[in-house]
Design a protein around this ligand. Structure first.
Ligand SMILES: Nc1ncnc2c1ncn2[C@@H]1O[C@H](COP(=O)(O)OP(=O)(O)OP(=O)(O)O)[C@@H](O)[C@H]1O
Length: 274
């Protein structure tokens, strides 16, 4: 990739490896991972537990550095992107401050920024409306459902107008109907903000519904075994899931995931069938 195209990119991960020290040994968590997203694209990471999906997200967020390789967020190293508040992060748990109202939680990153004169692209009030929490501005997190808490967390992640939104199984704790509702809400919010997004999920359907590009991981060491472009028009709706291309893509992702474990699955089937 040239310097010019790198600066156009939403996210560039090039030959990234990560090892953790365990009992004095370096244990590889990720090996030679490369992926690209154009600005405004939605990427999904899917793979077995422990294959390093969260580790990759945390390196993009500059929680820690890769052992080898390069990451660029909108052309900048993660450290600089984080300092410039270009990274928004949403976790599986909403991690809201319980003593603060919805609006005060959304406003928090701006207060931490402490930059007088910083004018956000959208005010906290606008973001609360955008995520569908009008009327709940002054509610405490304990007065909200799990889905509403995640809406609040998404608004908080967007308040400093990040270039990239990182989502680590954001709807994993929600029931299935609420998860689909939140999927469509997130698609709508992202379409309005045009933020690049990278989401970890364990749901194949969720990955296909949301993403432009799916990165299928294998474990030990964590690596990408297949990159699948989702050729489905936007906006995506419930009817998108009836489209034959949706099911064809789900099958393709499932094959890429299960090809890693054919013997384990045969064994399971044999057990179930007695
Ligand atoms: N801070 C850390 N120190 C040591 N090892 C770590 C650390 N973070 C992650 N690991 C190890 O790296 C590997 C990948 O973990 P990671 O949480 O990234 O996987 P994951 O794919 O997100 O898993 P899951 O789907 O279960 O959330 C695991 O073996 C884990 O034990």
């Amino acid at each position: 990739m040239t310097a010019a195209s790198a600066s156009m990119a939403g996210l560039s991960v090039q030959h990234v490896s990560k090892s953790f020290a365990l009992d004095g040994q370096a244990v590889p968590a990720l090996a030679d991972v490369s992926l690209d997203l154009e600005a405004g694209q939605f990427g999904a990471l899917i793979g077995p537990s422990g294959c390093g999906k969260s580790t990759l997200l945390r390196m993009v967020a500059d929680v820690f550095a890769p052992t080898a390789g390069h990451i660029a967020v909108d052309g900048a190293p993660p450290k600089q992107a984080r300092r410039d508040h270009q990274i928004g992060f949403v976790f599986q748990e909403a991690t809201l401050l319980p003593w603060r109202s919805v609006l005060e939680n959304v406003r928090l990153p701006l207060e931490l920024l402490g930059k007088s004169g910083y004018v956000p692209a959208r005010t906290p009030e606008e973001l609360v409306r955008l995520v569908g929490l009008s009327g709940y501005e002054h509610a405490r997190p304990s007065q909200l459902s799990g889905g509403m808490q995640q809406r609040c967390a998404i608004a908080r992640a967007l308040v400093a107008s990040p270039k990239i939104l990182l989502l680590d199984e954001p709807f994993g704790a929600l029931d299935e109907v609420m998860r689909y509702r939140m999927n469509f809400e997130l698609l709508r919010i992202r379409a309005e903000t045009q933020t690049t997004a990278l989401m970890v999920t364990h749901s194949i359907e969720e990955a296909v519904l949301m993403a432009d590009r799916i990165f299928v991981f294998a474990a030990k060491p964590g690596r990408i075994v297949e990159t699948i472009d989702v050729e489905m028009p936007r906006p995506r709706r419930l009817a998108t899931m009836d489209d034959p291309r949706f099911n064809a893509t789900v099958d393709r992702v499932r094959r890429a995931l299960f090809d890693q474990l054919p013997h384990a699955l045969d064994h399971e089937t044999a057990d179930v069938e007695g």
